[in-house]
Design a protein around this ligand. Structure first.
Ligand code: PEP
Ligand code: MG
Length: 898
C-alpha cells in the first residue's frame, strides 16, 4: 500500500483515502492555485496505526521520501539552522469535524532553527513567538500536558512586563518564556522538548492519529452519525505565516452566504494572526470589505480564486487562507456547510445559473433540511423585548433558560429544561453543552467562529458576536443596556435575524408549511413583496420538491387514523393511507365498549357489544375514505393486546382491596371485581409477544369480523355516494400462512355478504404485514394468500434484534451507540443488514409467488431518509409515514431515484 500522497498526486474524489482537507488541497494544487506544497498521509495509515498502536514502518520511509521531495522543491530543509523549512501537521477526516481534532503548527523549530527563522523573517520577536507557540501546542497535544500551565506562564510574563496583549511581549520576554515552557515540558512529561525536527514530526503525526479517538471527537461523531472506524488523514504542509506583521493575516470566507444563500463574498479576516485564531473566535474579526481596504491586491487575488473554486466545484465553497507579507496562500477549501434555507436557495440558484441540473439540485438538499424549514418562527407582530442583535449564524427560533456553562447546560437538559448556552465564545470543550441546548449565543466571534460552525452543522439555532452583551460566566449572568440576565432567566434567540429577546416569544408557522399546505401562490401572496429571501426560498422548495415528485418511483403514503390527519396528509402530497391503526379508534369514550366486549359473559352479550361498535367503526372508515377518495386506504385490523383497553392492574387491585377492607358493597364494587378478574386473565409477562394482532382476531370471535364488516359497509356507502373508495384490509403480526387463511376466508364471506346486501361490487384486497422474521422467511407462502405486503419494521426490528421497542431506547442504547454496536438506534434508521436483509428476502419471495404483489413499508422507518433510500433500492412500491414526514419522504424518495 501507498501511505503518502504528494498534493500533486491526489484529487477531490479521494476523500475516503486523503480526508476532505487533503483531497481538496490536492485538487487546488492541480488547479494551479497558490497552495503551499505538502503531502497527505492516508486514512489507511491511521487505521493501521489504530489497529497496531505503532506507526507502520513503511510509513516512516514514505514520509522521508515525501519530505525530501518537499525540501528539494523549496530548497530548504526541515528545521535547518540557516533558513528552516517548517511544517504544519493538520488532521483532516473524510467528513469535516470542525475543531474536534488536533493540529500542530511550526514543526521544525528548535533552539538552533529559531535563529534561522529570525534571520529569514528579519524579526527576532516573531521567531521566538513561533517557537513558544510550537512548544505550547506540542506540549498540550502531543505530550498531553495541561494547557493551563502554559497559559498561566504566559499570563505571568505579561503581568511582569505590565502588558495585557501577547503583542506587548518583547523578543527577550519570549525567549525567556520559551525557557520556562521547556521547563514545564521537562517537569510534566519527564523528558526534554524534542529538538530533532523529524522526531517532532513523527510525534505530531501520531498525536493527530490519536486525536481521532478523543472523547470530544467521539461525541461529535456519534451526534453526526459518523462511523468510528474511518480514521483521519494527516496533512503535512509547508508553513506560511499570517503573523508576520500588518501586511499578513489569516481568514475564512465563503463564495455565498452560508446562512442565507445570498450570492457574494462573505468572510472574516484577522490581520497579523496565525492559523486557528479565526475559527477559535478569540478576537473579533474584520469583514472582507475591510480586508480589501487593507490589502487590495491580495483581496483581488482571493476573489479570483473564490470564483474559480465555485465554478470548479459548482457549489458554495468555504475557504481558509493566509496572507504572508502580501502574498495569498490557500490553506483549505471544501464544499461548505450551510443552513437548510441556504441549501435550498443555493441549489435553486445554481440551476437558474445553469451550473447544475435539477437532478443535481435534488442531491444538494436533504429531507432533514426540509424538515428544519418546517419549524415555526418567531411571531414578528407579538410584543417582544429586544435586548440586542448579534450575527445570525444558524437559523431557528429558540426559547430557553440562559445557562453559562456546558456542564449546567447538560445538567438542566437532563432535568427536562430547554436551555440556551450563553458564552463569550465557545471552544471544542463546549460540545456537550451545545448538544444539550436548544440555542447557542455568544458575544464574540464571526460567522465562522467555532460556535457558528458547530451549531450550523448540528442544526442548532445560534447567534454569535452579540458584542453589546457583557458576558460574565463566573457570575453566571450577562448584562446589556443596563439589563441583567441571570442564569435561569428565559431568553429567546432568532438564528435567522440575530435578534435576542428577553422572555419567551410566541412562534408562528413557517412559510414553507404554508406552501406545502396551500400551494405556491397562496404562500407567496402572504409574504411581503420586499422579503426576497423568503420568497426565493419558497420558490426553491417548490421547484426542487416538484422535481423530486417527477423522478421518484416510490409512492408516499401516510400513517393516519383520523379524517383530519388524512386531510393534512393529502394536502402535503400523501398518495394514500398506508396504515390506519384501528385500535386508536377504540380509545377515549369508546374504551368502555371494548371493555364490555372483553367482559361479556355469553355470546349474546358479546354480540351486543359488537353491534354497538359497528356503526361507529363504519363512520370512521367512511370519514377516511371520503378524505382519501380515489387513493388507497390500508386499514389494519386491531393489533395491540387487550389489556391496553382495560384499567391498570395495580390501581384496580388496590381499589378492590380497599373496598373489601372498608366493607363496601354495591354495583360498582361488583363491576370492579369482575373487571379485575378480566384484567388478571389478560395479563401477560410479555404483552408485545402475546395475544395481539392476528392472534386476537383468531381467538376472540367477532372482533375482526366486526371491523371487516365496517370496512365493507363503508366502502359500499362511498360507492353509493358516487365516490371512488379504495379500502384495503391489512392483517397484523401474522407469522404463518394458516393465520392469513383463517382471516381471509372470513373476509371473503363478509365481503360477499355485504356486497349482496348493498347491491354493489366490493373489490377490497386483503394483505399482510410482514413484521416477524418467520413471516419474512415464509413470504413465498404468505403471498399465496396476501394480495399485498406492508413491512412493519417497528415490530420486525423488535423481533429480529430481540429488543423490546418500548424499553430499550432509554435503557441501554446510549451505551450501545457509545460502544459502537450501532451508530444510530435501529428503531430510528433501518438496520439494513439484518432487518433490511429480511425485507429483501421477503420482497424476492413475495414476488416469486405473486409477481404483481404490492409492497410497502409502514413502520417509523418509512419517514427516515436513510431507510427510504434503502427501500427504494429494495424495490418497494411505497413508503408510509406520519403526515408531517410526507414532504421529507417525497424529497428523499426523489433523491434516492437520481
Ligand atoms: C410496525 O410494527 O412497524 C407497525 C407499523 O405497526 P405498529 O407500530 O403499530 O406495531
Ligand atoms: Mg407492528
Amino acid at each position: 500500500v501507498k501511505y503518502v500522497y504528494d498534493f500533486s498526486e491526489g484529487n477531490k474524489d479521494l476523500k475516503d483515502l486523503l480526508g476532505g482537507k487533503g483531497a481538496n488541497l490536492a485538487e487546488m494544487t492541480n488547479l494551479g492555485l497558490p497552495v503551499p506544497p505538502g503531502f497527505t498521509i492516508t486514512t489507511d495509515a491511521c487505521r493501521t496505526y489504530m489497529g497496531t498502536g505503532v506507526l507502520p514502518p513503511e510509513l516512516r520511509v514514505e514520509v522521508t521520501m515525501a519530505l525530501r521531495r518537499l525540501e528539494d522543491e523549496l530548497g530548504r530543509s526541515l528545521g535547518d539552522f540557516h533558513d528552516p523549512l517548517l511544517v504544519s501537521v493538520r488532521s483532516g477526516a473524510k467528513f469535516s469535524m470542525p475543531g474536534m481534532m488536533e493540529t500542530v503548527l511550526n514543526v521544525g523549530l528548535n533552539d538552533a532553527s529559531v535563529q534561522g527563522l529570525a534571520k529569514f523573517a528579519g524579526d527576532e520577536r516573531f521567531a521566538w513567538d513561533s517557537y513558544r507557540r510550537l512548544i505550547q501546542m506540542f506540549g498540550k497535544t502531543v505530550l498531553g500536558i495541561d494547557g493551563e500551565l502554559f497559559s498561566d506562564a504566559l499570563d505571568a510574563a505579561k503581568k511582569a512586563r505590565g502588558v495585557t496583549a501577547d503583542t506587548g511581549l518583547t523578543a527577550d520576554d519570549l525567549r525567556e518564556l520559551v525557557g520556562e515552557f521547556k521547563q514545564i515540558v521537562l517537569e510534566q512529561s519527564g523528558r526534554e522538548f524534542p529538538q530533532h525536527p523529524r522526531e517532532q514530526l513523527d510525534l505530531a503525526i501520531e498525536a493527530v492519529f490519536n486525536s481521532w479517538n478523543t472523547e470530544r471527537a467521539r461525541l461529535y461523531r456519534r451526534r453526526e452519525r459518523i462511523s468510528d472506524d474511518l480514521g483521519t488523514a494527516v496533512n503535512v504542509v509547508a508553513m506560511v505565516f499570517g503573523n508576520l506583521g500588518d501586511d499578513s493575516g489569516t481568514g475564512v470566507c465563503f463564495t455565498r452566504d452560508p446562512s442565507t444563500g445570498v450570492p457574494g463574498d462573505y468572510g472574516d479576516y484577522l490581520p497579523n494572526a496565525q492559523g486557528e485564531d479565526v475559527v477559535a473566535g478569540i478576537r473579533n474579526t474584520l469583514s472582507l470589505a475591510d480586508f480589501e481596504k487593507l490589502n487590495p491586491q491580495a483581496f483581488g487575488e482571493l476573489r479570483q480564486v473564490m470564483r474559480r473554486l465555485e465554478t470548479h466545484y459548482r457549489d458554495l465553497c468555504d475557504i481558509e487562507f493566509t496572507v504572508e507579507r502580501g502574498k495569498l496562500w490557500m490553506l483549505q477549501t471544501r464544499v461548505g456547510k450551510r443552513t437548510a434555507a441556504a441549501a435550498f436557495r443555493i441549489a435553486h440558484q445554481l440551476v437558474e445559473e445553469n451550473l447544475i441540473t435539477k437532478d443535481e439540485a435534488l442531491e444538494r438538499v436533504t429531507g432533514e433540511q426540509l424538515s428544519k424549514l418546517m419549524f415555526p418562527q418567531f411571531d414578528a407582530s407579538a410584543q417582544r423585548t429586544l435586548l440586542a442583535t448579534g450575527m445570525a449564524a444558524s437559523p431557528g427560533a429558540a426559547v430557553g433558560q440562559a445557562v453559562f456553562s456546558s456542564a449546567t447546560a447538560m445538567e438542566w437538559k437532563a432535568q427536562g429544561k430547554d436551555v440556551i448556552l450563553v458564552r463569550r465564545e465557545t471552544n471544542p470543550d463546549d460540545l456537550g453543552g451545545m448538544i444539550a441546548s436548544v440555542g447557542v449565543l455568544t458575544s464574540r466571534g464571526g460567522k465562522t467562529s467555532h460556535a457558528a460552525v458547530v451549531a450550523r452543522g448540528m442544526g442548532t439555532t445560534c447567534v454569535v458576536g452579540a458584542e453589546s452583551l457583557e458576558v460574565d460566566v463566573t457570575a453566571r449572568e450577562f448584562s446589556v443596556k443596563g439589563k441583567v440576565v441571570r442564569e435561569g432567566d428565559t431568553i429567546a434567540i432568532d438564528g435567522s435575524t440575530g435578534e435576542i429577546f428577553l422572555g419567551a416569544v410566541p412562534v408562528v408557522p413557517s412559510p414553507v408549511v404554508r406552501y406545502l399546505e396551500d400551494g405556491l401562490e397562496a404562500a407567496l401572496d402572504e409574504l411581503p413583496e420586499d422579503d426576497e429571501e423568503t420568497r426565493e426560498l419558497v420558490v426553491a422548495v417548490d421547484t426542487i420538491i416538484t422535481h423530486a415528485d417527477t423522478v421518484r418511483t416510490l409512492r408516499v403514503h401516510a400513517n393516519a387514523d383520523t379524517p383530519e390527519d388524512a386531510h393534512r396528509a393529502r394536502a402535503w402530497g400523501g398518495q394514500g393511507i398506508g396504515l390506519c391503526r384501528t385500535e386508536h379508534m377504540f380509545l377515549g369514550d369508546r374504551r368502555v365498549l371494548i371493555e364490555r366486549l372483553i367482559l361479556a359473559k355469553d355470546e349474546a352479550e358479546q354480540q351486543k357489544a359488537l353491534d354497538a361498535l359497528l356503526p361507529l367503526q363504519r363512520e370512521d372508515f367512511v370519514g377516511l375514505l371520503t378524505e382519501m377518495d380515489g387513493l388507497p386506504v390500508t386499514i389494519r385490523l386491531i393489533d395491540p393486546p387487550l389489556h391496553e383497553f382495560l384499567p391498570d392492574y395495580t390501581e384496580l387491585s388496590v381499589k378492590v382491596a380497599l373496598a373489601a377492607e372498608r366493607g363496601e358493597t354495591g354495583e360498582e364494587v361488583e363491576r370492579d371485581k369482575t373487571l379485575l378478574a378480566a384484567v388478571e386473565k389478560t395479563r401477560e409477562a410479555n404483552p408485545m409477544l402475546g395475544l395481539r394482532g392476528v392472534r386476537l382476531g383468531i381467538v376472540i370471535p367477532g372482533l375482526f369480523a366486526l371491523q371487516m364488516r365496517a370496512i365493507a359497509e363503508a366502502q359500499a356507502a362511498r360507492i353509493k355516494a358516487g365516490g371512488t373508495p379504495k379500502a384495503e384490509i391489512m392483517i397484523p403480526l401474522a407469522a404463518s400462512v394458516m393465520e392469513l387463511h383463517l382471516v381471509k376466508d372470513e373476509a371473503e364471506v363478509i365481503l360477499a355478504t355485504v356486497a349482496q346486501e348493498q347491491g354493489v361490487e366490493l373489490d377490497i384486497p386483503v394483505g399482510a404485514m410482514i413484521e416477524l422474521p418467520r413471516a419474512a422467511f415464509t413470504a413465498d407462502r404468505m403471498a399465496d394468500v396476501a394480495e399485498f405486503f406492508s413491512f412493519g419494521t417497528n415490530d420486525l426490528t423488535q423481533t429480529t434484534w430481540g429488543f423490546s421497542r418500548d424499553d430499550v431506547e432509554g435503557a441501554f442504547f446510549n451505551q450501545y451507540t457509545e460502544k459502537g454496536v450501532f451508530n444510530v438506534s435501529p428503531f430510528e434508521s433501518l438496520d439494513t443488514q439484518g432487518v433490511g436483509g429480511l425485507v429483501k428476502m421477503a420482497v424476492e419471495k413475495g414476488r416469486a409467488t405473486r409477481p404483481d404483489i404490492k409492497l410497502g413499508v409502514c413502520g417509523e422507518h418509512g419517514g427516515d431518509p436513510d431507510s427510504i433510500h434503502f427501500f427504494h433500492g429494495a424495490g418497494l412500491d411505497y413508503v408510509s409515514c406520519s403526515p408531517f414526514r410526507i414532504p421529507v419522504a417525497r424529497l428523499e424518495a426523489g433523491r434516492a431515484a437520481v
